[in-house]
Design a protein around this ligand. Structure first.
Ligand code: PLP
Length: 413
């Protein structure tokens, strides 16, 4: 009887979910939303070509699978230390010396469930309300949410396509205030493909030396997908190592996104603070994925160059296809696997049903509905008026998808 009364009472007052203020604007990344929508439409039988996802289409390297399966079969899967196994952190240090050009010790390394978690750990560990984070735009969309979730304010610095999407030292200087705690750099960049030369990084470092309160987070996850010489920020500015965090991982170079494994290399006090955050959220990254990442770093590396060459061939193919599409413009990107296409000339045109395409968002919706092609609007990257096309897919899909885009856009008036 009492139980009945209580049940009726709770039915009468429906529970209104209230989010915490810091998580109010947080949502699934627009990239993930579009990629998932494309998958749903495909599952429902529609012939969709998705240029939306940043996931390499290569399989996990066979030697990684072999090493990991053998370890699983042995049953030796313990709970790793929160900061990451010593064996993997040593392999990361060897990789930094051999392939990035700087030295680090295992105490300066944290292993996390992907670079995304490295960023979350770093910003959660260091930001307070009122703090500012300088982010050159266009930027990977998650930067904005991760900064907001940490309670800080994102200071967007627009980097023009006409200048190759490069952050200019004077613009960086103007954006920094006494509240600035971090600069987020990303080279090669998503979505712009911008690769900073050593000289450009040295010039930015020159500015940062004048602002000792600013930490530098250099996201170098696309290091191995660079068609121009790559330079780590740590190499360009070794004297700033005590306030630099390098983020990298196996997601892109080894096509191991699903293994969720990335790392941060930075000063020990920062790594300790990040480890404390991780220890109260997810604990260590999966033991199995740590074994897999070690096998990737210590195994044969020729596949990295082979895959980079094949991304380059795809880039040139898709650039040539897009060059023939009226209203789209793009300079050849220096790295990563995206075209960031200027679509501003198409805004204001009308669809067959008379609807005006007012924004990059509307253009993406139109391309999905009419052309059955999924791309991501530039506004998701802090730069409206653009479209991001991922060419991490087959040559057949690239040709077919570009053909469909050309047709759908030619149908606009
Ligand atoms: N950083 C950038 C610039 C990215 O584009 C991505 C994924 O698209 C990530 C980080 C996420 O990497 P991870 O899969 O290691 O979390």
């Amino acid at each position: 009887m009492l139980a009945d009364t209580m049940a009726n009472k709770s039915n009468a007052t429906p529970f209104a979910m209230r989010r915490a203020a810091r998580c109010d604007a947080l949502q699934l990344s627009p990239i993930v939303q579009i990629a998932e929508q494309a998958k749903r439409l495909r599952a429902a039988g529609q012939d969709i070509i998705s240029f939306s996802s940043g996931e390499p289409d290569f399989p996990t390297p066979p030697h990684v699978i072999a090493a990991t399966t053998a370890a699983i079969a042995s049953g030796a899967i313990g709970n790793p230390p929160t900061q990451g196994t010593l064996e993997l952190r040593e392999a990361i240090c060897a990789d930094a010396t051999a392939r990035c050009g700087f030295a680090a010790t295992p105490a300066e390394v944290i292993v996390s469930a992907g670079v995304k978690q490295v960023l979350c750990n770093a910003l959660q560990a260091t930001l307070d309300p009122g703090d500012e984070v300088v982010v050159p735009a266009p930027y990977w969309s998650s930067y904005a949410d991760i900064v907001g979730f940490a309670g800080a304010r994102l200071v967007r610095v627009v980097c023009d396509a006409a200048r190759g999407f490069a952050l200019r030292p004077a613009d960086l200087d103007a954006a920094i205030t006494s509240h600035t705690r971090w600069l987020l750099l990303n080279s090669p960049g998503n979505p712009s493909g911008k690769v900073y030369s050593r000289f450009e990084l040295e010039q930015l470092a020159e500015v940062l030396r004048r602002h000792p309160q600013v930490l530098i987070l250099s996201d170098e996850i696309y290091q191995h997908i660079s068609y121009q010489p790559f330079c780590s920020f740590r190499v360009a500015a070794p004297d700033l190592a005590r306030r630099t965090l390098i983020a990298n991982g196996v997601s892109k170079a080894y096509a191991m996104m699903g293994w969720r494994l990335g790392w941060g290399i930075g000063p020990t006090p920062l790594i300790e603070a990040m480890t404390a955050v991780q220890g109260q959220s997810t604990s260590a990254a999966s033991a199995v994925s740590q074994l897999a990442a070690r096998a990737a770093l210590l195994g044969p590396q020729d596949l990295i160059n082979d895959r980079r060459d094949s991304y380059l061939a795809r880039r040139d193919l898709v650039l040539a296809e897009c060059a023939g599409i009226d209203g789209l413009e793009c300079a050849p990107p220096g790295g990563a696997f995206y075209l960031f296409l200027d679509c501003r000339k198409l805004l204001g045109r009308r669809t067959q049903s008379g609807e005006t395409i007012e924004s990059d968002d509307a253009l993406c919706r139109y391309l999905l509905a009419r052309g059955k092609v999924a791309v991501v609007p530039g506004s998701a990257f802090g730069m409206p008026g653009y479209l991001r096309l991922s060419y991490a897919c087959s040559e057949r899909e690239l040709r077919e998808g570009c053909g469909r885009m050309a047709q759908a856009l030619a149908d606009l008036r």
